[in-house]
Design a protein around this ligand. Sequence first.
Ligand SMILES: NC(=O)c1ccc[n+]([C@@H]2O[C@H](COP(=O)([O-])OP(=O)(O)OC[C@H]3O[C@@H](n4cnc5c(N)ncnc54)[C@H](O)[C@@H]3O)[C@@H](O)[C@H]2O)c1
Ligand SMILES: O=c1ccn([C@@H]2O[C@H](COP(=O)(O)OP(=O)(O)O[C@H]3O[C@H](CO)[C@H](O)[C@H](O)[C@H]3O)[C@@H](O)[C@H]2O)c(=O)[nH]1
Length: 325
Amino acid sequence: MAKNILVTGGAGYIGSHTAKALARAGYRPVTYDNLVYGHRHAVQWGPFVEGDILDTAKLEQVIRDEAIEAIVHFAAFAYVGESVTKPEIYFHNNVMGSLSILDAMRATGVKQIVFSSTCATYGMPDRMPITEETLQRPINPYGETKLMIERALHWYGPAHGIRSVSLRYFNACGADPEGQIGEEHDPETHLIPLILDAASGRRAAIDVYGTDYPTPDGTAIRDYIHVQDLADAHVKALAYLFDGGETTQLNLGTGTGNSVREVIDAVERVTGCKVPRREVGRRAGDPPELVANPAKANQLLGWKPVMSDIDSIIRTAWAWHQRGK
Ligand SMILES: NC(=O)c1ccc[n+]([C@@H]2O[C@H](COP(=O)([O-])OP(=O)(O)OC[C@H]3O[C@@H](n4cnc5c(N)ncnc54)[C@H](O)[C@@H]3O)[C@@H](O)[C@H]2O)c1
Ligand SMILES: O=c1ccn([C@@H]2O[C@H](COP(=O)(O)OP(=O)(O)O[C@H]3O[C@H](CO)[C@H](O)[C@H](O)[C@H]3O)[C@@H](O)[C@H]2O)c(=O)[nH]1
């Protein structure tokens, strides 16, 4: 019998790709999402329950009705800029919402959870690449809310026998290689979909945030990781927990960074379209460079990115972008 997995935020970008990967691996994903940012049409693998993670009673009901054995928890607000101006909604949704899930787990006896964390928990580290031992010092409320839940998970282990894997994603990007789902944030703030908008003429130009960083070409460097590789890591993290694995935290990145200029150039190369660019000032709170050391995820889960070369990322994202025309 397929194991039933509750996927909170499964109507969103990374959650829907993970639901597909879970189904392919023989699990039965049950998506739980309030559709505040998610899309009903992105839920194509397994049943959908419309609900809020703050509603603990409803979570308990679904966990019992669907005989849930583990939770993959994506549901959160994830706009860094907004988190600075409205921290209250981030602490409420991301922290209280996650604690509500942990309450429902304690009430129903579910012992395993995979949690969406982020490289934003590291803040502005001065040494690259980032290992899991790099000091976590978030510089915005969004990163702070994720770190708080990592810490809660640390303490819920010994107290309640809840084992967890916190996956610290670097920059998620790309789309389902079969074109069934893709990145559909509204509003969109992420670099690659905005560059594709500029390439296709949906927006006038891409704003390059800062050209005076201490990097080889002056623009900021990030570690871009394909959403399909992220989805695969969740499947492996679940298997690790089902095998009795202990609570842990893992970086999910490639180990290689690309600058904003390099990404724009790659889009021009892959799409054959000119990308008008406008050089503007730095965006507040953006670190110059964030690159993962993914060795721990490789060792513990046997996980290795296979789709995350910049051309595959842009090719799949572009195919999805073109469909939406
Ligand atoms: N996209 C990235 O680059 C990135 C990087 C690091 C971490 N993350 C984290 O990964 C997770 C998924 O990110 P994403 O890009 O897929 O975002 P997304 O907005 O596409 O998906 C989040 C989903 O959660 C749902 N949701 C939000 N609050 C909810 C609530 N209270 N109850 C029920 N559902 C709720 C939304 O409707 C949405 O479908 C988030 O936790 C985010 O913080 C994302
Ligand atoms: O129009 C844009 C958008 C972005 N950038 C630059 O492109 C890079 C990537 O920016 P994104 O907004 O795509 O992503 P971030 O690096 O800001 O990602 C952060 O926010 C995400 C939340 O959506 C994740 O949590 C992630 O882990 C966290 O580092 C940054 O250097 C940014 O300055 C631009 O130059 N122009």
